[in-house]
Design a protein around this ligand. Structure first.
Ligand code: BTN
Length: 269
């Protein structure tokens, strides 16, 4: 049974999770990333989490929209304030925040629901070849010039997006397990995972090799769409920063941004 979410329910659910400092529930808002970026610029503490039951201007990577019916999904953003770098713990790259959050969703799905979630470089959460969710990581600076990172997570939970007019095949947790999923419990498991993995990241432990091992993209024939350029090749792996290494006819290309899709059998190279 899913159950409603509210400020009270969320506060209780996340009360004793380390790292979470403040929880804000919004029934409807533009985009939780946009709201949290504004609060962060005004000094909100690390560990602030904003969740909305509905977004009217939800955003994905590459200026795409993120659309989900009200009350069906997990749509939330979390604030990180990167510590001063030290020789043992250099500044994490924005992609490392994406990594820890995607691995936390993957862990939660395995632990609570017993389903495997694959990752598609750089930010997609996938089940059975269909997109289940995505992560939007944005870095900015506050009024004092201190950097902050907002990670927004959108997860289809209790609706069927398979017939939605997206330009990719989509699914949800409920579709994957065949019954409704309690959003509050799933959220808590994800946030616990983020807290644990962020503590490791702060201690200088890179998530990159674990993340690479979870990427369905590796070893596949891929097409990478870059501004004004399309490259095809084999995804070999990722480097220490998480950039995708693609072997093409001309050598190995390092991809830091762009749209990557698997090349279907027989597709033109
Ligand atoms: C993507 O797949 O490109 C990323 C999608 C991220 C969507 C989430 S929903 C919560 C947060 N608020 C937003 O506007 N976007 C992220």
């Amino acid at each position: 049974m899913d159950g409603e979410l509210s400020q009270e329910i969320l506060t209780k659910r996340l009360a004793d999770v380390p790292f979470v400092s403040r929880v804000l529930y919004l029934r409807s808002t533009t985009s939780t990333n946009d709201v949290l970026k504004r609060l962060a610029a005004d000094g909100a503490p690390e560990g602030t989490l904003i969740l909305a039951d509905e977004q009217t201007a939800g955003r994905g990577r590459l200026n795409r929209r993120w659309v989900a019916p009200a009350g069906t999904s997990l749509l939330f953003s979390v604030l990180f304030r990167p510590p001063e770098p030290t020789p043992n713990a250099p500044h994490p790259s924005p992609l490392q925040y994406t990594m820890i959050c995607s691995l936390a969703v993957r862990d939660a799905a395995a632990r609570l629901l017993g389903i495997p979630i694959g990752l598609k470089w750089p930010n997609d959460l996938v089940h059975g070849g269909r997109k289940l969710g995505g992560i939007l990581t944005e870095i900015s600076t506050d009024a004092e010039g201190a950097p902050f990172v907002v990670v927004g997570i959108g997860l289809n939970v209790n609706w069927d997006p398979s017939a939605a007019e997206f330009d990719y095949p989509a699914t949800s947790l409920a579709n994957a397990v065949g019954h409704p999923v309690e959003r509050g419990a799933f959220l808590r498991a994800v946030v616990e995972g983020i807290a644990r993995r962020y503590a490791e990241l702060r201690a200088g432990v890179s998530p990159v090799r674990e993340w690479e091992a979870a990427l369905d993209t590796i070893g596949q024939d891929v097409v990478v769409e870059l501004p004004g350029e399309r490259i095809t090749g084999v995804a070999l792996g990722v480097d220490a920063d998480g950039a995708l290494l693609v072997r093409t006819g001309e050598g190995t290309r390092r991809i830091v941004a762009g749209d990557v899709r698997l090349r279907s059998p027989g597709a033109a190279p």
